[in-house]
Design a protein around this ligand. Structure first.
Ligand SMILES: NC(=O)c1ccc[n+]([C@@H]2O[C@H](COP(=O)([O-])OP(=O)(O)OC[C@H]3O[C@@H](n4cnc5c(N)ncnc54)[C@H](OP(=O)(O)O)[C@@H]3O)[C@@H](O)[C@H]2O)c1
Length: 219
């Protein structure tokens, strides 16, 4: 049985990813800070109490998952703080960088021992991290953190190529979750698109940046 790990699994896009993975028969390991009724309802394995910016919590997760071979990891947890030029603060940029860029890198490295040739690593980023696509400005902390995540994803793709592990850098679309005031496409549609991209991922396409709808995105 293939195990798939998903972070940010208690709500939003992560919850939908868990639901769809479970529905197609995968064994899901849902990582979250605190579980939710909807997640419990899925009947998947839940690893709660994992604050992803806490290195001790990541070490704890590594221990809990000892010996489990992962077919894939979808690192989806993220935060958005709507800062503009007047309101941006160092603390806000650091918070977003810690959650959106640093945590996925450290978690990927910490769980490398659970991945093997053929495993897949998917980083859920945002097209707001695309420099070429930025036509509206603002959102300093969010944009900077997602650009950094994209760069981490490209380096991971290069470093993990010899081990046969492919890396996807994926934008889910504008999705109706709490992060964006519940405007956008349904999370189920975004999750379907993301899983289609992850299924199509190979070592040949590793390290490239895609919209869940199948459109390649510029850096
Ligand atoms: N929604 C969109 O339109 C959109 C567009 C582009 C990219 N994205 C990306 O898609 C991903 C999922 O977002 P979403 O829309 O599903 O947002 P969401 O509904 O706000 O969910 C965010 C998830 O991340 C978790 N999380 C946040 N900080 C965490 C931390 N420090 N440690 C552990 N977990 C943490 C949250 O857990 P708690 O419940 O504990 O807070 C929650 O499960 C994010 O990476 C986001 O940047 C979303």
């Amino acid at each position: 049985m293939a195990h798939w790990l998903v972070t940010g699994s208690n709500r939003g896009i992560g919850l939908e990813l868990c639901r769809q993975l479970a529905a197609r028969g995968e064994t899901v390991i849902a990582v979250c800070r605190s579980t939710s009724e909807e997640l419990e309802h899925l009947g998947v394995r839940v690893e709660s109490g994992i604050e992803l910016t806490d290195e001790a919590a990541i070490a704890d997760l590594v221990q809990r998952l000892a010996g489990i071979e992962l077919a894939g990891m979808i690192l989806n947890a993220g935060i958005l703080e709507g800062d503009g030029l007047d309101s941006v603060s160092a603390a806000s940029v650091r918070r977003q960088f810690d959650v959106n860029a640093l945590a996925p890198l450290l978690l990927s490295r910490a769980l490398l021992g659970n991945l093997s040739r053929g495993s897949k690593l998917a980083l859920i980023t945002s097209r707001m991290g695309s420099i070429d696509d930025n036509g509206s400005g603002g959102y300093y902390g969010y944009r900077m953190s997602k650009t950094a995540l994209n760069m981490a994803g490209r380096s991971l793709a290069i470093d993990l190529q010899p081990r046969g592990i492919a890396v996807a850098i994926l934008h889910p679309g504008m999705v109706a979750t709490r992060m964006v005031g519940f405007t956008g496409i349904p999370p189920a549609e975004a999750a379907r698109g993301l899983l289609t991209r992850i299924d199509a991922l190979s070592l040949a396409t590793s390290g490239s940046f895609w919209h869940a709808n199948g459109e390649p995105l510029p850096w």
